[in-house]
Design a protein around this ligand. Structure first.
Ligand SMILES: [Zn+2]
Length: 505
């Protein structure tokens, strides 16, 4: 555990990274990136505000929309005006007309023309326009949705998207909104478990560096998570907030909690926060994981087939998941066009990672969003939390990202199955796993069946636990901080977490 001045940060770590648990007046937890090799220096940094989605936009154009939602159209629909030329980064122009295609909002789509409102989200679901959630159906929100309008343009609409897209086998038991005052300690009651696995996700409407869960207790008063003892004492449960969301997965450690056991989490807030609460239960294990692959400046599919290296990555992932009787299910592939790809192909900050994951709005199915970027500033791969926002799309935690060109350049030094291990490792975080041991010997993970590698193994005394030092102490585990060994394994407890992930079919 390390401490440093400034806002406290607990980072979920990575391939060449480390945990840093730092503190100011209290512990606050943020899950950060997996670190990777130094970024190649062949590119020039974009202008300071280039992360803003509208930073590249001309500012003279006002979209000629005559409506913002169906309500404005007196019995007709408020649809995309497909007669206008595409304009990258602008708002989608809307007008009142009859249906464009036949697919209703929320249906999977491949083109704008297929959807009744003429808008197919980048992430492959039809959307209809809205001004606020009041224009949408129950269980939906009005979100900023990217819509592909040509091979070189991505435009934006305010569209209705479902809060949650659970697979069959997962039941949503709460989908509501809570408001918390500033700088307060709030009790978040997690009702008695009706099934062995429950996922409570709080999604905030704004970022807040001082928002974290300080403790979780059973309704009988037994503490099962204490943020102030993280890394010092093995926890029964670990809760690590990430950017805009707080994920509470029960169980994510050794302990099987009895059905009928409820919990109370203490949520600390900085600013006043409105949070959307989603609670979902899973009664039995799933068997496959669907993926949405987004190409961000990375060579896209041709003729309907993904590039060779992407195919290899997904096939190797299939082998890795096959060891725990899971498989890769249905794949969908989406190309991010225009200036948006240039903005995000090289990620430069944690904030930008969250901005990118939000482009999954409108995905409309239970799948893990995999963003293939060219390079991450200090990671090979990064997950939107541990767990991330499983089956909740369009948030800052709704996916994983892979620095694909960096991983490819790393391959000559890596085992043959490295591509699959990198994506499998990030998916491991996304479904709720932590590293077996951090690079500095800290153990955050609440599982006892993965070998630990303590600083006693640091044979060269450099303070970093490398794979050759951790042979027999967890270096062969998928969730070792990295770099990886060939044919890495999952422990039985890790297997259980993955097989019961809410995102599995
Ligand atoms: Zn990691």
């Amino acid at each position: 555990m390390r401490f440093r001045a400034g806002p406290s940060v607990l980072r979920v770590v990575g391939l060449l990274g480390l945990w840093a648990l730092a503190g100011c007046y209290r512990t606050h937890i943020v899950v950060g990136p997996d670190a990777g090799p130094p970024t190649p220096d062949a590119w020039s940094p974009p202008p300071p505000d280039a992360w803003r989605p509208d930073a590249w936009a001309p500012d003279a154009f006002v979209p000629p929309s005559e409506c913002a939602r169906d309500l404005d159209c007196a019995g007709r629909l408020c649809v995309q005006d497909l007669s206008l030329p595409p304009r990258d980064l602008e708002l989608v122009p809307l007008h009142c007309a009859g249906p464009v295609g036949t697919l209703p909002p929320g249906a999977e789509c491949d083109s704008n023309a297929a959807c009744d409102h003429g808008m197919c989200a980048l992430a492959g679901g039809c959307v209809d326009a809205c001004l606020s959630a009041a224009d949408c159906r129950a269980g939906e929100r009005c979100a900023r949705v990217p819509v592909v309008t040509s091979e070189s343009s991505l435009q934006f609409a305010q569209g209705c998207v479902r809060w949650v897209d659970p697979p069959s086998g997962v039941s949503v038991v709460a989908n509501d909104t809570l408001t918390f005052p500033s700088f307060s300690t709030q009790r978040v009651v997690i009702d008695p478990l009706a099934t062995p696995t429950r996922f409570t996700l709080l999604v905030a409407d704004a970022l807040d560096d001082n928002r974290y869960v300080s403790s979780v207790a059973t309704s009988a008063g037994e503490t099962v998570f204490d943020a102030f003892q993280l890394g010092a004492v093995r926890q029964d449960l670990v809760v690590a907030p990430f950017q805009d969301h707080v994920p509470i997965l029960v169980p994510n450690g050794d302990r099987d909690f009895a059905l009928g056991t409820g919990f109370v989490a203490q949520l600390e807030t900085g600013a006043t926060t409105t949070m959307h609460r989603l609670v979902m239960d899973r009664a039995s294990a799933g068997s496959s994981v669907d993926v949405n692959v987004f190409y961000v400046g990375v060579a896209p599919p041709r003729g309907g087939s993904p590039p060779l290296e992407v195919r290899r990555m997904l096939d190797q992932l299939g082998v890795l998941l096959g060891r725990i009787e899971l498989r890769v299910g249905r794949e969908r592939h989406f190309v991010v066009p225009g200036a948006t790809a240039r903005t995000f192909e090289i990620i430069e900050s944690d904030a930008e990672v969250g901005d990118l994951f939000a482009y999954s709005a409108g995905a409309a199915r239970a799948a893990i969003n995999v963003f293939l970027i060219r390079s991450g500033f200090d990671f090979l791969g990064i997950a939107g939390g541990a767990p991330g926002a499983m089956v909740v799309h369009g948030t800052r935690g709704s996916g994983i990202a892979i620095g694909f060109e960096d991983v490819l350049s790393f391959l000559p030094m890596a085992p043959d199955d490295e591509l699959g291990t990198v994506i499998g490792h990030e998916m491991g975080h996304f479904v709720g796993m932590f590293h077996t041991t951090e690079i500095d010997g800290t153990v955050i993970e609440p599982l006892s069946d993965t070998p630990e590698c303590s600083l006693a193994q640091d044979s060269d005394g450099d303070g970093m636990l490398m794979p050759f030092e951790c042979d027999g102490f967890g270096a062969d585990n998928v969730m070792f901080w990295g770099p990886f060994q060939a044919a890495p394994r999952w422990s039985p407890r890790q297997t259980r977490i993955f097989q019961n992930a809410m995102v599995l079919q």
